[in-house]
Design a protein around this ligand. Structure first.
Ligand SMILES: C[S@@+](CC[C@H](N)C(=O)[O-])C[C@H]1O[C@@H](n2cnc3c(N)ncnc32)[C@H](O)[C@@H]1O
Length: 236
């Protein structure tokens, strides 16, 4: 019997890019520029993740961050709604001789954390798969899985340009970052993201984080289309 009511969002459905398609998964991994093992190591050090910490990664994708965190000895729970992504991530973990990651086929709205409350939750470029209503539900669920004082690191495509400038800003972004086919993410990849996925404005995300019970320790906007938030779970 389905334990969710009829109005509950089915997060296993694919929105935008079809990450159940192994070709898309392999292309995604190949096109990565910011999610390299070296970049993940920098993030691990920035967050202060160490061997005795527990880390939940939601939307682990091809598993690069989860593998790096496991390699330093953290207990990692790697969660994704895409079986194809999980298969790919498991292969990468096996090639790196990492056996300690717990992989879970679930998502922001359905993952049920069974262990002790986590020290860290990391989610990168995945929350935009949910609409704003469901992002809020996801953030509330993340807060419930973290220890008081635990850290949430959220990275995503988030828009901090002036709302009234949305057309010029999106056009300029796509022109700046897209690559020819075969050399990286194309203009059509970015167009699909804007058209079919749910990236939103920074002031909406910041409001949601605060309402979900987090203190935003840092909000970085390296460009007007990307954000990283490091947030601490407050006591109730
Ligand atoms: C763009 S990829 C990012 C992967 C990885 N975090 C990275 O930084 O490269 C988005 C990932 O989010 C996953 N995803 C989509 N909807 C999700 C949900 N509701 N819960 C958890 N993961 C989801 C997709 O299957 C995909 O693996």
């Amino acid at each position: 019997m389905n334990k969710h009511p009829a109005w509950f969002y089915d997060e296993l459905q694919q929105v935008g890019v079809d990450f159940e398609d192994m070709t898309q998964v392999a292309a995604y991994d190949r096109n990565q520029t910011s999610n390299t093992p070296e970049a993940c190591q920098v993030l691990i050090e920035q967050l202060g993740i160490a061997a005795d910490h527990s880390v939940i990664e939601l939307g682990t994708g091809t598993g690069t961050f989860a593998i790096q965190a496991a390699l330093i000895g953290a207990k990692v729970y790697a969660v994704d709604v895409s079986q194809a992504m999980l298969t790919y991530a498991k292969q990468k973990a096996s090639m790196a001789d990492v056996k300690s990651i717990e992989f879970h086929h679930a998502g922001f709205l359905t993952y049920e954390h069974q262990g002790n409350l986590a020290d860290f939750i990391v989610t990168k470029f995945a929350l935009h798969h949910l609409s704003d209503f469901w992002k809020m539900a996801a953030l509330l669920r993340m807060a419930s899985m973290l220890k008081v004082g635990g850290i949430l690191c959220l990275r995503d495509v988030v828009f901090s340009f002036e709302a009234a400038q949305y057309q010029d800003s999106i056009n300029a972004w796509i022109k700046r970052v897209s690559k020819p086919a075969g050399e990286g993410f194309t203009a059509e990849d970015f167009a699909t993201h804007v058209r079919e996925e749910h990236s939103t404005f920074s002031w909406i995300i910041e409001g949601m984080l605060t309402r979900a019970g987090f203190e935003i320790e840092s909000a970085d906007y390296p460009t007007p289309e990307y954000a990283q938030y490091i947030c601490r779970k407050l006591s109730l």
